[in-house]
Write a protein that binds this ligand. Structure first.
Ligand code: SAH
Length: 277
């Protein structure tokens, strides 16, 4: 399976400018792709999903069995869920992310490692052997999917949920409608000490949030430009889509621990509608 299928490598207004001046040193990649793995790991290996995992775990019945986590990435949420005692199947599309996740698992004690199953798969089209009482998607991961991808996610989740199961999804939602696009830029330090620039452009008109991350050192060779594009979703739209896909959204609550300042995150709890009700 190619990881370019679901996402493609996104060009941003910023990456076009940067690559034009970097010439032969320039490399463009999606933030979850292999060429970006060094940058992603440098910036993210410290990212702690414990608070976020707790918010999910508060909604997972203790007696319910294994949890299916979609778009698990390098396990920011997976490890805290395992630490809280859950058994987790972590599904992720990107081979580069999975490599890091698997290496991290190898460093865990056997009782933790043995409670985690890692699966390469596309969250918009998957069928696992097991049915799950709980399916979780971390904040923002739904937002990487476009309008064509989300229905596949909802349908796949329905198929893989056990009767009475629940789908917990954290969704980054657009703030109060602003008509003008906004840009901001900040410098970040990686764990290695390398410096990066993060450039973000929010365009409410296009309903997108573009991210571009690149070395602060303009002479870097290779000059790796990582991009990502998330859709700014309206909560009512996601709720409507879930209902059309046969779910009842039984709660929507602000997701306290997530959000990167530029958008709000809501936690939705959706139950498959039982036929005839
Ligand atoms: N849940 C992790 C990762 C979030 S980043 C965390 O909270 O840190 C979003 C992740 O979605 C990336 O790892 C990306 O590779 C993955 N992804 C994107 N499209 C996907 C798809 N169609 N199926 C599965 N994973 C996907």
């Amino acid at each position: 399976m190619s990881e370019k299928i679901a996402r493609g490598t996104v060009r941003t207004t910023r990456s076009d400018v940067l690559l034009a001046s970097a010439g032969g040193r320039g490399v463009l990649c999606g933030i979850y792709d292999e060429d970006a793995a060094d940058t992603y790991h440098d910036l993210m290996q410290d990212a702690d999903g414990t608070a976020e995992a707790r918010e999910f775990a508060d909604r997972i019945r203790p007696e319910s069995g294994p949890v299916l986590e979609l778009a698990a990435g390098t396990g920011r949420l997976t490890f805290p869920l395992l630490e809280l005692g859950h058994t987790v199947t972590a599904l992720e599309l990107s081979a580069a992310m999975l490599d890091i996740l698997r290496k991290r698992l190898e460093n865990e004690p056997p009782d933790v490692r043995d409670r985690c199953t890692v699966v390469q798969g596309d969250m918009t089209a998957f069928a696992l052997d097991e049915r799950f009482e709980t399916v979780v998607v971390s904040s923002g991961s739904v937002n990487v999917l476009d309008d064509a991808g989300r229905p596949g996610l909802y349908a796949s989740v329905r198929e893989n949920l056990a009767p009475g199961g629940r789908f917990l999804l954290a969704v980054a939602v657009a703030e109060a409608v602003k008509s003008e696009s906004t840009e901001r830029q900040q410098e970040l330090s990686g764990l290695s000490g390398r410096r990066y620039v993060l450039h973000a452009r929010m365009s409410p008109v296009e309903e997108i949030h573009e991210i571009t991350i690149y070395p602060a050192d303009e002479t870097a060779d290779p000059f790796v430009v990582c991009t990502n594009r998330i859709r700014l979703l309206k909560v009512d739209q996601v709720v409507r889509e879930l209902e059309q896909a046969g779910f009842d959204v039984v709660s929507r609550t602000p997701f306290a621990s997530a959000g990167q300042g530029s958008e709000d995150v809501l936690l939705l709890e959706a139950l498959p509608r039982v036929a005839g009700s």
